[in-house]
Design a protein. Structure first.
Length: 340
């Protein structure tokens, strides 16, 4: 049984990177920020539910354990069964979340954020389990590998989430199922490929020990970094698409006096939004700055609620919810008067 000091250190090593990932994901979600409650729910699903399922399934074949991807194991760490089970567990957690908050999943970007948060939680669980065995012997290289392993898990499940987000508006539900299978298979393939490359290269070079070398690990990691770069381009595309939704759906709200001209002009500009929040902070303190932030978020939610109602043909529900959001926008506008 680890001593309390070791457990505390392991908890810090697990939670601090995960919380940093959530902050980054919150920043990535520029225009219709997901509630922190959902992000923390993702972290819990990935850090508790998914590992429990994965361990329960793998225990009869691999024993009870939750080793990070870089840890030596059968075949030098290449375990396709572990990759399959872990991605199924994380993918199942993502599907459960999407089914629970289905009205919050609007597009590719939402899927990436949910998937990455669940993957970050799974990586945190691996880090905790590994570090709880003793933190005094963790080298700088091992700590770096732990951080990278968490990012890898975030990437795999984000890839699955991106495909789910792309399928959310398909009229034929059968095609949605096909997309889900395709996305999950992609996550499994990426995971298994990353874990297997060092062993494959070691055998091709006739040097089995090379599977544990830093060179082969860097080659394996390069696969994931290329994938992360691709996801970054997808995020930029999603930002532009979201900006178009804001401009089209809020135009009539300006004419109706709900959204101000200043808000409409600046809501798609990250720099302009930050500048206005800083001005509100200087003139009215933190409370006013947070009110400006909530105002932008509510206006974004209003735009996407209207867009969602048209795309999903839920016009009555969208109209009712839109009226609530309009009232909230007007309330927040009154509370931020004088901040500009």
């Amino acid at each position: 049984m680890p001593d309390p000091g070791t457990l505390a250190a392991a908890l810090v090593l697990a939670l601090v990177p995960s919380l940093l990932y959530l902050i980054v994901l919150n920043w990535v979600d520029r225009y219709e920020k997901e509630p922190w409650t959902i992000l923390f729910a993702c972290l819990a699903l990935g850090g508790i539910a998914a590992p429990v399922v994965a361990i329960a399934v793998l225990a009869p074949w691999r024993g009870i354990g939750l080793d990070p991807q870089f840890a030596p194991g059968p075949g030098g760490g290449a375990d396709p069964l572990a990759a399959l089970v872990q991605e199924l567990a994380k993918g199942g957690a993502l599907l459960l979340l999407v089914r629970t908050v289905r009205d919050e999943l609007d597009d590719v970007l939402d899927g990436i954020i949910y998937g990455a948060a669940i993957g970050a939680g799974f990586g945190a669980a691996e880090t905790f389990a590994y570090a709880a065995g003793g933190t005094h012997g963790l080298s700088t290289e091992t700590l770096a590998a732990l951080l990278v392993a968490g990012l890898d898990h975030a990437f795999y499940t984000a890839a699955f989430g991106a495909v789910l987000g792309a399928a959310v508006h398909l009229a034929d539900r059968r095609w949605t199922a096909v997309y889900a299978v395709y996305g999950l298979a992609t996550a499994v393939l990426l995971h298994a490929l990353h874990d297997g490359i060092p062993v494959i290269l070691g055998r091709l070079l006739g040097r089995p020990d090379a599977a544990l070398g830093i060179g082969t690990r860097l080659v394996a990691q390069a696969v994931n970094w290329v994938g992360i770069v691709v996801l970054a381009f997808v995020v930029v595309w999603a930002w532009r698409r979201a900006a178009r939704v804001l401009r089209s759906e809020l135009r009539d709200e300006v004419a109706g006096g709900v959204v101000s001209e200043a808000d409409y002009a600046s809501i798609t500009s990250w720099r302009a939004r930050i500048a206005r929040q800083l001005a509100a902070l200087r003139e009215g303190g933190l409370a006013r700055a947070m009110a400006v932030r909530r105002l932008y978020a509510t206006e974004g939610e209003l735009a996407f609620e209207k867009w969602r109602g048209v795309v999903r043909r839920q016009r009555r529900r969208s109209r009712d919810r839109s009226d609530e959001l309009r009232a909230e926008v007007l309330r927040l506008r009154r509370s931020t008067e004088g901040s500009e």
